[in-house]
Design a protein around this ligand. Structure first.
Ligand code: G1P
Ligand code: ZN
Length: 542
């Protein structure tokens, strides 16, 4: 029943920031999924008879890939495979299941916020037993294995019915199809005050959640409409579709502009929110005000004590290096540590496991806590709802009071997408070489105080990660950061992060791009972006 099949390596199976991510067509090549999945299992420690969690964001090719993963996992000795019904599991729900069931790990099929459909993207990611993404040493070992693999093992069996709940004995083990929402909804009820949020909805509070035709639809409908009593129709685009209805399931101001426009309308909802393809990101827009993810992290950390799950306070905050330093102000006032890590959620896992941080976040719309080991879109929305239910003030009032108290960090990210890869690397190398000479130089009246190429020493496992982004710090505390994306699937994407701190309440109501105009000009001049990328302006501004 178990077959060993000869194969030859693919040279391009290096996992990036969030696992292996490529165009669907590449994954559809014969043996491509098989090789990668077998390589994962080849480098793991003994897992005979153990449990593996498998699920994906429902995008095109999800069902086919799940069948392959399950059959290879059983052939390699896993005893029990937990699969979400229809092959669906949001990334945070998968993380929760791994933890709750004491699973050995999980295989998550997702390309997050990237477009889906036959011409879109696909991805495979391995998560370890704490529920979080595999650390770099594991992903590097997987990559090394993909280069020498010569056979994979798979059980010879008909496909599993992914739509029928319950266990099926298959080959040497069993496959259990589970409700993807249930255990996640239970966890949320432990963390948040559902009675208070229900009362908020009963008071007439108006809320819209856009699931973007991606994985969070069933979770959101169950939690917001069924359990919390929000009116039917609160959840928009709530049915997961393989091509996300042709949209880009990225909850930002470009791809969720309709939500932004709705929130800005005079009679708009009190809160509009969205999540991405696999449910780990969030977008928060109050009536008349978009909350930047960096501000949201700071605000959630400052107000977390209002939710039962965090009533005893938080022990520390972690943010990725390019994320604005708004959270640093909160950590300082709360007298708790602030950890600055490289981009990517995997660096938070150790801090959470070691009990050093409770709340983590990234500027790229990812926020989460120690309840799972992934960022969690619905969790962030629920914490916002809990805070709003407890404070009974508008989003705008809460944010403006926060700025008045802690200061405002004007912040924006400029992305130059799909630029020539050689040019983008030359730009970063050029900056790196120029770093020592930049110190003390003045651009448009602003003097550079410090420069570095960010390196991280993990305080828990002692590992070092180098070259994580070029940082330019100005004397007035403003900051420009440059790095290349690790998640793109064609060409290179240059990300430029621009930030300025404004403690004066009287100057906290400027339009962001205007407040950062001089720094934006400097960011282009200093790195010679036009020269290296051939672009005069970014493709996306968030
Ligand atoms: C991007 C974000 C990063 C996030 C990652 C996965 O990575 O910038 O914060 O963790 O997606 O969602 P990047 O493309 O910048 O490497
Ligand atoms: Zn995602």
């Amino acid at each position: 029943m178990i077959k060993s099949i000869a194969t030859t390596p693919f040279p391009d199976q290096r996992p990036g920031t969030s696992g292996l991510r490529k165009k669907v067509a590449e994954f559809q090549r014969p043996r491509y999924v098989e090789n990668f999945v077998q390589s994962i299992f080849d480098i793991l420690d003994v897992f005979h008879g153990e449990t593996l969690v498998v699920g994906g964001d429902g995008r095109y090719f999800n069902r086919e890939a799940i069948q392959t993963v399950v059959k290879i996992a059983l052939a390699n000795g896993f005893g029990r495979i937990l699969v979400g019904r229809g092959g669906i599991l949001s990334t945070p729900a998968a993380s929760n299941l791994i933890r709750k069931h004491g699973a050995f790990g999980g295989v998550i099929l997702s390309a997050s916020h990237n477009p889906g459909g036959p011409h879109g993207d696909f991805g495979i990611k391995y998560n370890v037993s704490n529920g979080g993404p595999a650390p770099e040493k594991v992903t590097e070992a997987i990559f090394a294995r993909t280069k020498s693999i010569s056979e994979y093992r798979i059980i010879d069996a008909p496909d599993i019915d992914l739509d029928r709940l319950g266990p099926t004995l298959l080959g040497p083990g069993e496959v259990v199809v589970i409700d993807p929402v249930e255990e996640y909804a239970e966890l949320m009820q432990k963390l948040f005050d559902f009675d208070k949020i229900r009362a908020l909805f009963q008071s007439g509070f108006r809320f819209r959640f856009d699931a973007m035709s991606a994985v969070t639809g069933p979770y959101a409908t169950r939690i917001f409409e069924d359990l919390l009593g929000a009116p039917a129709g609160t959840v928009l685009n709530g049915t997961p579709l393989p091509d996300f209805a042709g949209h880009h399931p990225d909850p930002n101001l470009v791809h969720a502009k309709h939500l932004f426009d709705l929130a800005m309308s005079v009679d708009g909802p009190d809160l509009c929110a969205a999540s991405d393809g696999d449910g780990d990101r969030n977008l928060i827009i109050g009536r008349g005000l978009f909350v930047t993810p960096s501000d949201s992290l700071a605000l959630l950390a400052a107000n977390a004590y209002l939710a039962p799950g965090y009533a005893k306070g938080i022990v520390g905050i972690a943010r990725s290096m390019p994320t604005s330093r708004a959270a640093d102000q909160v950590a300082a006032r709360l007298k708790i540590p602030l950890f600055e890590t490289p981009t990517g959620w995997k660096f938070f896992g150790n801090l959470l496991d070691a009990g050093k941080a409770t709340i983590c976040g990234e500027e790229s719309a990812g926020t989460g806590s120690n309840h799972v080991r992934e960022k969690d879109g619905l969790w962030a929305v629920l914490l916002w709802l809990n805070i709003l239910a407890a404070r009974r003030e508008s989003v705008k009032d809460i944010v403006e009071k926060h700025w008045a108290y802690y200061g405002r960090n004007y912040y924006s990210r400029h992305d130059y997408e799909e630029v020539d890869s050689d040019g983008a690397h030359a730009l970063i190398e050029g900056l790196r070489a120029a770093l020592p000479d930049l110190k003390g130089k003045t651009f448009a009246g602003l003097t550079i105080a410090e420069t570095d190429d960010f390196a991280y020493h993990d305080p828990v496992d002692g590992s070092d990660s180098k070259h994580q982004g070029i940082r330019i710090l100005f004397e007035d505390g403003a900051r420009i950061v440059y790095r290349l994306s690790g998640t793109g699937t064609s060409g290179a994407t240059l990300r430029v992060y621009i930030e300025r701190f404004e403690p004066d309440e009287a100057r906290q109501n400027l339009e962001t791009q205007a407040a950062l105009a001089d720094l934006i000009g400097i960011s282009r001049e200093l790195a010679r972006i036009g020269h290296f990328t051939g672009r005069e302006a970014p493709s996306v501004i968030t």
